[in-house]
Design a protein around this ligand. Structure first.
Ligand SMILES: Nc1ncnc2c1ncn2[C@@H]1O[C@H](COP(=O)(O)OP(=O)(O)OP(=O)(O)O)[C@@H](O)[C@H]1O
Ligand SMILES: [Mg+2]
Length: 261
């Protein structure tokens, strides 16, 4: 993506995004503007379209209509006079490299050490020299509290440690944005805190983050804004205090009553 992004323009701008799978309309016109350094949590019932929205923000899913801009650049398409043409794979990859994504299941390469997992993309996609990538990887491992695990294999790590490696791996590409899809929901409860702390640090350091989560405490403490999804639409969007304390729709209030202990 261009390095010339203007400070004033949003980091992510989703405009009226529609997405269907066959007859099933999953996103029914979602608009969401996210500023630089902002943390936005997506919450809402199962099947409401949160993951789909996140995948669209990384062009892992093609949208049917609307547009998503990341740092001012249209995602997945280029304008040709009056119409949009799909980007070539190479260009999609280039855009995607700027957008870090961390999934519920960590998807580390099992046959590679932690360090190899982290340097894989920078040395491959970005042609960073191995020695430089390794130094940076060690720095990132230190940041996620796993300096001593560089030569371990994923199977030798706990779920929470693997998830922190996955975060380090995403950060190794110096992304402009980090997208998280329920990064702690597959973890044993005692491992959740360390992962959330890494995410908290990242937020404090000014990373732009979109986080699908059921961790309402995290959303309340860390999010600048919370978006409540229901049936493919954002029903509520505001500060945690607004959404948690003062939700307008009865459906949101009911959802929050159930999930907030
Ligand atoms: N690849 C797909 N093909 C067909 N339908 C899909 C596909 N992916 C998602 N869906 C459907 O789209 C709807 C929204 O799914 P999505 O995964 O975005 O929900 P979600 O809000 O993330 O839910 P959860 O909280 O359970 O993760 C669901 O009805 C789901 O079954
Ligand atoms: Mg989901």
């Amino acid at each position: 993506m261009t390095q010339t992004g203007m400070a004033g323009q949003p980091m992510i701008n989703a405009e009226n995004v529609h997405k269907s799978y066959g007859n099933l309309q999953v996103l029914k016109g979602v608009s969401l503007e996210i500023s630089r350094g902002e943390v936005v949590c997506l919450i809402g019932p199962s099947g409401s379209g949160k993951t789909t929205m996140l995948r669209c923000m990384n062009h892992l899913e093609k949208i049917d209509s609307g547009a998503i801009f990341v740092d001012g650049e249209l995602l997945g398409y280029r304008r040709e006079k009056t119409f949009l043409r799909e980007m070539r794979d190479k260009d999609v990859c280039r855009q995607r490299a700027d957008i870090g994504m961390v999934f519920q299941h960590f998807n580390l390469f099992p046959h590679m050490t932690v360090l190899q997992n982290i340097i894989e993309a920078p040395t491959g996609v970005r042609s960073v020299k191995a020695s430089v990538a390794k130094d940076r990887a060690r720095e990132l491992l230190d940041r996620v509290g796993l300096a001593e695990k560089a030569s371990a294999y994923p199977r030798q790590l706990s779920g929470g440690q693997q998830q922190r490696v996955a975060i380090a791996r995403a950060l190794a590409m110096n992304p402009k944005v980090m997208l998280f899809d329920e990064p702690t929901s597959a973890l044993d409860p005692e491992l959740v805190g360390d992962v959330l702390n890494v995410m908290r640090d990242l937020a404090e350091q000014g990373m732009t983050m979109v986080v699908v989560t059921h961790e309402m405490g995290f959303a309340r403490d860390v999010a600048d804004r919370v978006a409540f999804f229901e049936a493919g639409e954002i029903r509520e969007l505001g500060t945690p205090a607004d959404v948690f304390g003062n939700a307008k729709s009865p459906r949101t209030r009911e959802f929050l009553r159930r999930v907030v202990a």
